[in-house]
Design a protein around this ligand. Structure first.
Ligand code: BTN
Length: 261
């Protein structure tokens, strides 16, 4: 561990005040350093610690992205946090899209959504989202979900190319001077409200708003199956519709990766 970087000041009290009425028993915790806020909440869930928790870290030493990729960030340059809570939606599909929408809408009108769950600004990745679940004790309905969010805040965070080799976007280019702490204060309540709305009513109520920010709509995309086609938006379940020579394929979140061709 190194100690040159001053510990960040997180608005833990304000976040707790805003969210606790919606999530009884809610905790906010800020750590100086951890391997991964998502790994930590998953470990706790498997150990039976199931309270709704928002865990933010100045710095992650082993941040994880989707598909087993690493997620690299440095203290102050990025916002890295995870929200864990027991959840019982009728259908889990579309949750990551709703989460992305909540984060995008709470930050800036120019942020687009790249199905299934990246936030883009002009084709560059601004934020990644990782949704994982752990089982609850036998007999309890639903699962414990851990939603991990990583947002590039400063230009320094955007120095590392993303998984496509493209240099990422950063939030201060849209909101000059915003800090990781201020970004957390902006996104956390809308995120919780959205997750709870998704639990009650699924993705369908978000479909229209997602479409307004859909970065892939009208683009030629390559599916990891090898096919290419024209992205035609998402359906009410959150599946991506892709027009291929063989007809319209409905691509389900998680089973296939999609990139602009
Ligand atoms: C992706 O784009 O592949 C998802 C990136 C998710 C990164 C966040 S940072 C906070 C949380 N902890 C992790 O280890 N990953 C998520």
């Amino acid at each position: 561990m190194h100690h040159e970087i001053p510990a960040l000041r997180w608005p833990a009290e304000a976040v707790w005040q805003a969210i606790e009425p919606l999530l009884p028993g809610f905790n906010v915790e800020a750590l100086r350093q951890i391997d991964s806020t998502s790994s930590e909440l998953m470990r706790r869930a498997r150990a039976g610690l199931l309270a709704p928790t928002l865990l933010v870290a100045d710095e992650q030493t082993a941040g994880r992205g989707r598909m087993g990729r690493p997620w690299r960030s440095r203290a102050g340059d990025s916002l890295t946090f995870s929200l864990g809570l027991p959840l019982q939606p009728a259908d889990w599909q579309g949750l990551s899209l709703a989460v992305g929408l909540a984060v995008a809408e709470s930050l800036h009108e120019s942020i687009q959504l790249k199905w299934p769950n990246d936030l883009w600004r002009q084709g560059r990745k601004l934020c990644g989202i990782l949704v994982e679940t752990a089982s609850l004790p036998a007999g309890e309905p639903g699962r414990y979900v851990v939603i991990g969010v990583g947002i590039n805040i400063t230009a320094a965070a955007a120095a590392l190319p993303d998984e496509r080799g493209v240099s990422p976007a950063w939030l201060q280019s849209l909101l000059p001077g915003i800090t990781a702490a201020q970004a957390l204060e902006r996104v956390s309540l809308p995120l919780v409200q959205t997750v709870l709305a998704f639990e009650r009513a699924g993705f369908a109520p978000f479909e229209r708003r997602f479409a307004q920010r859909d970065a892939l709509a009208g683009q030629t995309v390559a599916l990891s199956s090898g096919q290419t086609g024209l992205a035609e938006g998402v359906d009410a379940s959150g599946a991506l519709r892709v027009r291929t020579p063989a007809g319209v394929q409905t691509v389900t979140s998680g089973e296939i990766s999609v990139r602009p061709a």
